[in-house]
Design a protein around this ligand. Structure first.
Ligand code: PEP
Ligand code: MG
Length: 631
């Protein structure tokens, strides 16, 4: 055990980088352990926080019943058992769906709705019955075999997105088998004696959505990746989580307790006394720190010399609006609408989109919501787009706005849904990955046409809806002075801006050390955008990870940025930095930093400035660059 626990939360690119570090999961314990030996495993940090508690290992093989011979005379009873199990599994899935709809949002509930439909599918019942009658085996084995056959066929498909559906079928299998095997055997334990830490081979999205943060302190899985549904849901529920541990269950079966360190991507099995003490202390400090920061929610986000800054939240689905507002966001600066599409087998209809968008606007209660139109492609792929040939270089391919412009029906349906939701509150529309003026004009023309069409249908569409662009391609930053004449606002997507400026794939661990927010080239582009917006009084928001990273807050202020949008858990920390900063000092700092030659010099200077302003900063970790390790 070498790593100090991190205190504080992190961001998606940050976790992605850690995913790279931990890509080769390496159990550190040699051979099967005596239960008294501590083991530290490294995986991928997907949801921040520290969980310490009794360990519950969920072994999926425990729910694969072996064939049990059934006498011919007992077949009717066995068929009856099958029907009862299917019925109770269906009822349970429907209840889980209702619960997910209430707690997380419709798109996650829809996954569970699909499960209950599959459980009620007459062919499943027919095939399982046929097996019982033909092979004279128990109903549990029969239904398990039928579903395992479907799962194996799906898993064997070349199409990776269809293959991933095997997890849904196995999820259903576990749910049905749990009905046969009695209480306490469900894949995710319910009603345990007390809160636990869960270690599983895998947790399906629906199982994760069903986790009760009151009884599951944290979880870790052998498989899984950063961008999986499971990871996204875990972060949304704010349950500390680590995935991609590699082989761990064998080792863990003999262990009684565990720590999940969702900041560093570590799992400690049977921690020894000093490690437990250290993590308990870190967890206490973390709690105290967040409690202290919670008070900040009600204080203004302004510098020591009175410069106001707008703090906004980034969300992926509707249930995240409340955590943003609760932590003091004055609105939603980035709604990544494509997450609604990633969880589905087909594009959501206009009405389905409207339902989700309306929920977001209503939850924002009059505060601004910036809808980013679809940003599919690159690493965000949907299963139903797989008819398209794979692209050799998807980050430079048909992604984002380019894709929307190629598929007007898809784009128009989304714009209609957004404009309908606009009548319910303060809505802004933002186009991602704009590379040229022509692209923006085409997108804007489609938006205007859709608004006119809705008006002709008698649908109320607010006039003068602000329409802006994400500046995340260097070309847009360079052309910002021209674009400023046509857009209503800019939002700088630093995650992509860094990738395209430095020609470094943001998801590729082999070049992760070159991906650096502190690079002077990136800073100059940001300065150009702010300068281009100023004469027209356009608002510039930074909504990439850099906007939620304490190290860069002063610099961004000094560059003239007055609006920052970030994941909800980053809000208090950024407000703390802003309230400890003098705007005039920040300007001096920015001027000084813009004259430096390298990212390393910039980062070192910013770190000094942060410690000067906030000497008690526990770990001024740079979050959007390779300096992480030195933080
Ligand atoms: C960005 O690129 O900075 C951004 C906010 O968008 P995403 O991370 O979704 O690409
Ligand atoms: Mg982007």
């Amino acid at each position: 055990m070498t790593a100090e626990p991190a205190v504080g939360a992190d961001t998606a690119p940050d976790r992605r980088r850690r995913a790279a570090d931990g890509r080769a999961p390496r159990p550190t314990g040699p051979g099967p352990p005596p239960s008294t030996t501590m083991h530290t495993l490294r995986g991928i940090a997907v949801s921040p926080g520290i969980a310490i508690g009794p360990l519950r290992v969920i072994d999926p093989r425990g729910l694969r019943p072996s064939p049990r011979a059934v006498a011919a005379g007992a077949i009717p009873a066995e068929l009856d058992r099958l029907d009862r199990a299917l019925e109770s599994a269906r009822v349970e899935a429907e209840a889980a769906e209702a619960e997910a709809r209430r707690r997380i949002g419709p798109q996650y509930a829809d996954i569970l709705a699909a499960h209950s439909r599959m459980i009620s599918d007459p062919t499943l019942r027919r095939d399982a019955r046929a097996r019982i009658e033909r092979d004279l085996v128990g109903a549990d084995h029969a239904v398990s075999e039928v579903l395992e056959g479907h799962a194996a066929r799906l898993a064997g498909l070349a199409d990776s997105h269809l293959a991933a559906r095997a997890a849904d079928v196995r999820d259903i299998q576990q749910r049905i088998l749990a009905q046969f095997l009695g209480p306490g055997t469900a894949a995710v334990p319910e009603g345990s004696d007390g809160p636990i830490v869960v270690l599983a081979h895998d947790l399906s999205p629906s199982e994760t959505a069903g986790l009760d943060p009151g009884s599951v302190l944290g979880f870790a899985t052998e498989s899984g990746g950063l961008a999986s549904h499971t990871s996204i849901v875990a972060a949304a529920l704010e349950i500390p989580a680590v995935v991609g541990l590699g082989k761990a269950l064998e080792l863990a079966r003999a262990c009684r307790s565990a720590i999940v360190d969702g900041d560093e991507g570590l799992v400690v099995l049977d921690p020894d006394g000093p490690t437990l003490d250290r993590y308990r202390r870190a967890a206490r400090e973390r709690t105290a720190r967040f409690a202290g920061l919670a008070d900040l929610a009600h204080l203004p986000a302004e510098t020591l010399d009175g410069q106001a800054v707008r703090l906004l939240g980034n969300i992926e689905f509707p249930a995240e609006v409340d955590p943003c507002l609760g932590r003091g966001a004055s609105g939603i600066g980035l709604y990544r609408t494509e997450f609604l599409f990633l969880n589905a087998d087909r594009p959501p209809t206009e009405d389905e989109q409207f339902a989700a968008y309306a929920a977001v606007v209503r939850s924002a209660r009059g505060r601004p919501v910036t809808f980013r139109t679809l940003d599919l492609g690159a690493d965000k792929l949907t299963s139903y787009r797989n008819g398209q040939p794979p692209e050799p270089n998807p980050a430079l391919g048909l992604r984002s706005l380019r894709l929307s412009l190629r598929d007007p029906a898809l784009f128009r349906a989304q714009l209609r849904a957004i404009l309908r939701a606009a009548a319910l509150g303060d809505v802004r529309v933002m186009f991602p990955l704009v590379s040229t003026m022509a692209e923006f004009r085409r997108a804007r023309a489609i938006l205007d046409a859709v608004a006119a069409e809705l008006a002709a249908e008698g649908v109320e569409v607010p006039a003068g809806l602000p329409v802006g662009i994400m500046v995340e391609v260097p070309a847009a930053a360079v052309m910002a002075d021209r674009l400023a004449g046509e857009v209503d606002f800019f939002s700088i997507g630093t995650n992509d801006l860094i990738q395209y400026t430095l020609a470094v794939d943001r998801t590729n661990e082999t070049v992760a050390d070159l991906y650096d927010a502190a690079d002077p080239a990136v800073l100059r582009l940001i300065a150009m955008v702010v300068a281009a917006a100023a004469p027209r009084g356009l608002e510039v928001t930074v909504c990439g990870a850099m906007g939620g990273e304490p190290l860069y807050a002063m610099l961004l202020l000094g560059l003239g940025v007055r609006s920052l949008s970030m994941p909800p858990h980053q809000l208090p920390e950024i407000k703390r930095v802003i309230r400890a900063t003098r705007d005039d000092r920040a300007r001096e700092l920015a001027a000084e930093v813009l004259g430096l030659d390298s990212a390393a010099e910039v980062a070192a200077r910013l770190r000094r400035a942060l410690i000067e302003a906030l000497p008690d900063t526990p770990r001024p970790a740079p979050r959007a660059g390779p300096h992480d390790s030195s933080g």
